[in-house]
Ligand binder design. Structure first.
Ligand SMILES: [Zn+2]
Length: 314
């Protein structure tokens, strides 16, 4: 499975030198599975460059599966600029939650009314099919997709995508149901959230705020970096971390809290801090920077787990 980030920000695009490392566009991730299936996760402003890339590099005619987590603007505002949608050879399959008061198709079309954009949805030349989703499973060829509700201010779905031996979980936007304690997750919603992520090779997770910022943002529908890390670690079926700083020397025997290895959590936090130091707070938009950082953090943790497991000969 190939995964590439074309948009890593939330709320609004933040272009500029200070966001160059992880990019300034809003949510958009390209996924290509081993059987050639092309999946696009969300259609924020990153979709414009992805569209150019697909038209130039992907086998034609294009068959694209676009999974929308929810229809907040930062997840759909790239759609009117997504080049393949304008081409008659493109088949575009759009999947999303059925929404609050309107169909997915109406939500996408709404941002393309003449008041906002010169080309209407139904004037696009590609063949577009809409599928409204709820929780459950569906297949695209060899790819198995599972959906589960997230805790956000609009109806939002997480996607768990499995192809051959690899699983990717795309989990944004989401707020903890209840603050976890040192003893773990107490709310059934959080426990269910962890179960959804269990065993995933890569987790892309909302993490808009730090713990300090979150105190003033409860109910806004977003996670903290700390929560994202905790659920990612709790979702690991085995700690797999080393008892010493040299990976693989022995299995972790450190005390755990609620299934979390304290040593591993601390080490993960240090890795995260060193990875993002000098990026987030200098963006001038720390809130939106946080989400992109958390996605990178999830990847760091999974990479570390893999190294530890392989070093331990497992
Ligand atoms: Zn949102």
């Amino acid at each position: 499975m190939f995964v590439r980030f074309w948009g890593t920000r939330g709320s609004i695009a933040v272009p500029g030198e200070r966001t160059a490392k992880y990019g300034g566009n809003t949510s958009c991730v390209e996924v290509r599975t081993d059987d050639g299936t092309i999946i696009v996760l969300d259609c924020g402003t990153g979709a414009r460059e992805l569209g150019h890339h697909l038209l130039q590099s992907a086998p034609q005619p294009l068959r694209i599966h676009l999974f929308i987590g929810h229809t907040h603007w930062d997840h759909i505002q790239g759609f009117p600029f997504f080049g393949p949608a304008f081409h008659p050879n493109t088949e575009l399959n759009i999947y999303a939650h059925s929404g609050f008061h309107r169909r997915v198709e109406d939500a996408i079309a709404g941002q393309m009314q003449y008041s906002y954009f010169p080309v209407r949805l139904h004037d696009l030349r590609s063949r577009i099919h809409f599928t409204e989703l709820d929780e459950g499973f569906f297949r695209i060829g060899e790819v198995l997709v599972q959906t589960q509700h997230l805790n956000h201010t609009a109806p939002t779905l997480a996607y768990r995508i499995s192809s051959h031996e690899t699983t990717l979980a795309y989990v944004t936007d989401h707020e903890p149901y209840w603050k976890p304690t040192a003893r773990g997750f107490h709310h059934p919603g959080d426990q269910r959230h962890v179960a959804f992520l269990e065993g995933a090779d890569l987790i892309i997770h909302d993490a808009q705020y730090s713990d300090e910022e979150y105190a003033g943002k409860i109910g806004w529908g977003h996670s903290t970096v700390e929560y994202a890390t905790d659920v990612a670690l709790a979702a690991g079926s085995d700690c797999g971390s080393s008892g010493s700083d040299r990976a693989g020397s022995r299995r972790c025997a450190r005390p755990r809290a609620g299934g979390l290895c304290r040593r591993r959590r601390a080490r993960a936090a240090r890795t995260w801090q060193s990875a993002v130091r000098g990026v987030g707070r200098r963006d001038g938009d720390p809130a939106s920077a946080g989400r992109g950082q958390a996605r990178a953090r999830g990847q760091l943790l999974r990479d570390r787990d893999r190294r530890n497991r392989s070093s331990a000969g497992r």
